[in-house]
Design a protein around this ligand. Structure first.
Ligand SMILES: [Zn+2]
Length: 382
């Protein structure tokens, strides 16, 4: 009995200790820097990472992804193929742009391919391909249907392929079996690495070949990912930039959210932080705020930003069902470790917020009257 318990504890312990840590920086085109789209990308990147980690956790894959710096580079925000060619050229001219296969670049919405990543054919490729770019189309950050495209592309960077035919030329047995299938079970469901996006399993996560629920054929993606994760770990030094803290407070009197950022690096110098707020919507509605600039004064650990309710509530209103509205904050050398759901800090919406349509009309007129009465009363008191 005692022994069993110990084994279980050990198993749990080794499970987390073995997970190899990887960071995924995001590089956006300068031309979108001040637009709402940048916020959708920043928040969407955090969500993509979260979704990918859910997949790895579910199948005991020893990969743990963390967000890293969000920066801008002067490349056109175009189709996925154009961005791919452009970045390839930029890397050829300046290899220092990228030192990690999980560096993610942004391209426009695409009707065809949603992501691009190069995939090694064997262990000896891992080092030489460690500076190949990962590109996503905007679909992956605006449409929840494509929330696992990033995980799929990450799978490629660790050596997984779409089909058995794609593995021809692999230099190792593990690589030969690491492919997805269009029909990975008797019901004909597709798997994460198959290259199709309709692979939902019962728990909302994609199937992976070789695991429960996806047992047709000899594909085994998990064994490969666990081995290449260990082999890739350490190829890129971790930057440990996930040290920025953001605390959100609902300020009912001032009708705003107050966001306090606390930095832990470079405190002697003034420094800019960017705050991104976005949600996912269905259809063409406002889904994000333009990025907000905040400044840390020289010598100050903290900086504060306010987000008025009347800027944030439209995002709450528009968000697709079960979709939070998230905040991400970064400086050039620090980022928040996870995104923050503003709804978790909200008690006032939708209670005192009238939707534009429906019975809100008369109610809002009522509130305007009440508010002017209050304002009048206050003025009188003063
Ligand atoms: Zn693919």
């Amino acid at each position: 009995m005692q022994k069993k318990k110990l084994c279980l504890l050990l198993a749990m312990f080794t499970g987390s200790v073995n997970a190899a840590d990887f960071e995924s920086p995001l590089i956006l085109p300068t031309e979108i820097a001040h637009t709402e789209v940048a916020s959708q990308w920043a928040v969407g990147h955090y969500q993509n990472i979260k979704q990918a980690n859910r997949v790895w956790n579910n199948y005991n894959i020893d990969i743990k992804l963390s967000p890293a710096t969000i920066s801008y580079l002067d490349y056109p925000y175009e189709t996925i193929e154009e961005v791919s060619d452009n970045i390839k050229q930029m890397i050829a001219n300046d290899p220092s742009i990228i030192n990690n296969t999980l560096t993610t670049f942004a391209s426009q919405v695409s009707n065809t391919t949603k992501g691009h990543a190069r995939s090694p054919m064997g262990f000896e490729d891992l080092e030489s391909m460690n500076n190949a770019q990962l590109i996503l189309s905007a679909d992956s950050v605006i449409n929840s249907r494509y929330k696992f495209v990033y995980a799929h592309e990450v799978g490629h960077t660790f050596g997984a392929k779409h089909t058995e035919a794609n593995t021809v030329g692999s230099t190792d047995a593990l690589f030969k079996n690491a492919y997805g299938t269009k029909q990975c079970n008797a019901e004909g469901t597709t798997s994460l690495m198959s290259g199709f996006s309709s692979y939902n399993s019962a728990n909302g996560l994609p199937f992976i070949n070789g695991q429960a629920g996806c047992d047709q054929g000899s594909g085994d993606v998990v064994s490969l990912l666990n081995k290449t994760a260990l082999a890739k770990e350490g190829l890129t030094d971790l930057t440990h930039v996930q040290t920025l803290a953001a605390v959100v407070r609902e300020d009912i009197n001032a009708q705003q959210f107050e966001v306090t950022l606390t930095r832990s690096k470079d405190i002697d110098n003034a420094q800019q932080a960017m705050v991104y707020v976005a949600t996912k919507v269905s259809g063409k509605q406002q889904a994000a705020l333009a990025p907000k600039e905040v400044w840390f004064s020289a010598g100050s650990k903290t900086a504060t930003l306010t987000l008025p309710f009347d800027q944030v509530y439209p995002l709450f209103d528009n968000a697709a069902s079960n979709q939070g509205t998230y905040l991400v904050a970064v400086t050039k050398d620090e980022v928040v470790p996870t995104d923050i759901n503003l709804l978790d800090h909200n008690t006032q919406w939708p209670l005192n917020h009238d939707k534009k349509e429906g019975s809100g009309g008369s109610l809002s007129l009522f509130w305007v009257m009440m508010m002017s009465l209050v304002a009048y009363g206050r003025r009188k008191i003063m």
